[in-house]
Design a protein around this ligand. Structure first.
Ligand SMILES: Nc1ncnc2c1ncn2[C@@H]1O[C@H](COP(=O)(O)OP(=O)(O)O)[C@@H](O)[C@H]1O
Ligand SMILES: [Mg+2]
Length: 454
C-alpha cells in the first residue's frame, strides 16, 4: 500500500477510524482536511465518527488529498457493494449486444461522452435524445456508446434497456407497465410495486437514488412516455432514441438532441466491407460504392444489401447494385424477415391523415428541394397549412428541415412515398399533381431556387 498503509498497524477498523488516523498523522485539523477534499467540515466529521457512510466520490477525494493510492476508494466501493446487497438491489445488465462492425459516428459518440458521463458538477440527470429516420442507426449508436461507457467503468450499478415500441398508434408501451418491468429488474419484489403510476415512478426514483445507473429508452413514441421513467439523482444518465423530435420534451427536461442522418460515403462502404469481407470488397471497389449509393447510405439498407450478398454465395456487389436499380427493388430489399419498406411503414402509419397525404404527394413532386409554396399549390392547401404539415413530417424524421420553407427528403423515403402514392392515390389525380408540380418547380427554378440551393 506504500503511503497508503494505516499509520497505526492493526489499529483502525473502520473507514472513519482510518481517515482520522491518516489526518492526525499529517497534523491536519478537521477543517483543513475538509478544505482539501472540498466537502464541508460537518460531513467529514460524521464520516470520521462512522455516523455517515462515505460515498465513492468522497473516498476518491480523500485518496487524492492524503496521497494514499486507492486506499479509501477500495473500502468505500466494498461498503457500497455490501449495502447494495442488503437492500436487495439486483444489478441489471440489460444492454443488448453491440456489433463488432460498428462504423463511424465519432462526433456523436464524443458528444454523448461529454454530456452523459457526469464530468460537470450539475445536479440534473443528464439526458440525450438521438433522433432520425427509421434504419439510420439510432439504436445501434445508443447501444455502442453504452457498452463503451460501461467498459470505461461508468454506470457500475447497472444498465437498464427498454424498448418503448413507438411510434405506431396502439403499439407504444404504457409507462405504468414499463415501470413494473424496471422495478422488477432492480430487485423490487412484486408485492412492493405500487398500483399507482405516480407512486411507481417515485419508487423507481428512490431505488435509483445514489446509484450510477444508465437507462436506455429505445424507440420512444412521445415525450409523455418518458417523463415518468426519468431517474431523479445525478449519478444516473438517460439515452432516448426516437423517430420523432419528441415535441414538448425539451420544455420539461434539460436534454441534448443528436439528430442522425445517413452515413457518409466512406463509412457506408466500410459498413458493407465489414459484412461481406475484404476479399469480396476488394474484388470490385467501384461496385461497392455504387451499391452504397443505391442504398442511399442508410445503415439498414446497407446491412440488408451486405447480408444478402453474404447469404447468396454467388452474388457479387456489382450484380446486386444492378438488381437494385429500380425503386421497387430497393424498397423490397430484404434479408430474413427484415424488409426495408416495413421499417418505413411504422413511421408512415403513425401519421395523421393529412400529413400522410402530404407525404405521398412529396413522392410525386420532382426535384431535390421541397418548397413550401410548390407543395401548397400542388396539395391545394394554404401555405400556412403546407408549412404545418411539412413540420409534422420533419418531426417524424420523414423529411429534413433546410430552413423555414424548405425541406429535403432521403432518396429511399421519396421512392417509398411515390410507391405509396401509386397504390393509394388515383392515377388521374396523381398525374395531374405531378404535372402541376413540375410546372411550378420549373417556374421556381428559373427564379429563386439556385440561390436557395447554394
Ligand atoms: N454505425 C453503424 N455501424 C454498423 N452498423 C450500423 C450502424 N448504424 C446502424 N447499423 C446497423 O443498421 C441497422 C439499422 O440500425 P438501427 O440502429 O436498428 O436503426 P434505427 O434504430 O435508427 O431504426 C442495424 O442492423 C444496425 O446494426
Ligand atoms: Mg431503433
Amino acid at each position: 500500500m506504500g503511503s497508503g498503509c494505516p499509520p497505526d498497524a492493526g489499529g483502525p477498523a473502520t473507514f472513519g477510524q482510518l481517515l482520522r488516523a491518516h489526518r492526525k498523522q499529517r497534523g491536519l485539523s478537521l477543517a483543513q482536511l475538509a478544505a482539501r477534499v472540498h466537502f464541508n467540515r460537518g460531513h467529514v466529521s460524521k464520516i470520521e465518527t462512522d455516523k455517515r457512510p462515505p460515498s465513492v466520490s468522497f473516498a476518491e477525494a480523500c485518496d487524492r488529498a492524503l496521497n494514499v493510492g486507492s486506499t479509501f476508494t477500495t473500502i468505500a466501493s466494498a461498503l457500497k457493494a455490501a449495502a447494495r446487497q442488503q437492500q436487495g438491489w439486483v444489478q441489471p445488465a440489460q444492454l443488448p449486444a453491440t456489433k463488432h462492425n460498428f462504423v463511424g459516428r465519432r462526433d456523436c459518440l464524443n458528444r454523448l461522452d461529454s454530456r452523459l458521463q457526469g464530468h460537470d458538477q450539475s445536479l440534473a440527470v443528464p439526458v440525450a435524445v438521438i433522433n432520425g429516420p427509421p434504419g439510420v442507426g439510432k439504436t445501434a449508436l445508443a447501444v455502442q456508446w453504452a457498452h463503451q461507457a460501461v467498459n470505461d467503468g461508468h454506470f457500475a450499478d447497472g444498465q437498464l434497456f427498454v424498448n418503448l415500441e413507438g411510434p405506431e398508434p396502439g403499439t407504444a408501451v404504457a409507462p405504468f407497465d414499463v415501470l413494473e418491468d424496471l422495478l422488477r429488474a432492480v430487485g423490487v419484489p412484486p408485492e412492493r410495486i405500487p398500483a399507482d403510476l405516480g407512486q411507481r415512478a417515485a419508487t423507481f426514483r428512490s431505488y435509483l437514488h445514489g446509484r450510477e445507473v444508465l437507462l436506455v429508452l429505445d424507440n420512444a413514441a412521445n415525450a409523455q412516455q418518458i417523463y415518468h421513467l426519468l431517474p431523479g439523482s445525478p449519478g444516473c444518465a438517460v439515452v432516448v432514441t426516437s423517430r420523432s423530435r419528441l415535441p414538448g420534451l425539451l420544455s420539461q427536461v434539460d436534454a441534448v438532441t443528436l439528430p442522425l442522418t445517413e452515413l457518409c460515403r466512406p463509412e457506408a462502404a466500410m459498413l458493407i466491407r465489414a459484412i461481406i469481407g475484404d476479399v469480396r470488397a476488394d474484388a470490385d471497389p467501384a461496385a461497392l460504392a455504387a451499391l452504397a449509393e443505391r442504398c442511399g447510405h442508410l445503415p439498414l439498407a446497407l446491412v440488408l444489401a451486405a447480408e444478402h450478398i453474404v447469404s447468396h454465395q454467388h452474388r457479387s456487389a456489382d450484380a446486386l447494385a444492378t438488381e437494385l436499380r429500380t425503386e421497387h427493388a430497393r424498397l423490397n430489399l430484404a434479408e430474413g424477415d427484415v424488409v426495408l419498406r416495413n421499417a418505413f411503414d411504422t413511421s408512415y402509419n403513425a401519421l395523421d391523415e393529412q400529413s400522410a397525404r402530404m407525404f405521398r404527394l412529396l413522392g410525386v413532386i420532382p426535384g431535390q428541394l421541397i418548397d413550401a409554396a410548390v407543395t401548397a399549390a400542388t396539395a391545394d392547401v394554404s401555405q400556412d397549412e403546407a408549412v404545418r404539415l411539412l413540420r409534422n413530417l420533419a418531426s417524424a424524421h420523414l423529411i429534413q428541415r433546410q430552413d423555414e420553407r424548405h425541406y429535403l427528403m432521403h432518396d429511399l423515403l421519396r421512392a417509398y412515398a411515390a410507391d405509396l402514392s401509386r397504390q393509394l392515390d388515383g392515377e388521374p389525380g396523381r398525374t395531374k399533381a405531378m404535372r402541376h408540380a413540375a410546372d411550378l418547380v420549373s417556374a421556381l427554378n428559373s427564379s429563386v431556387v439556385p440561390s436557395l440551393v447554394a
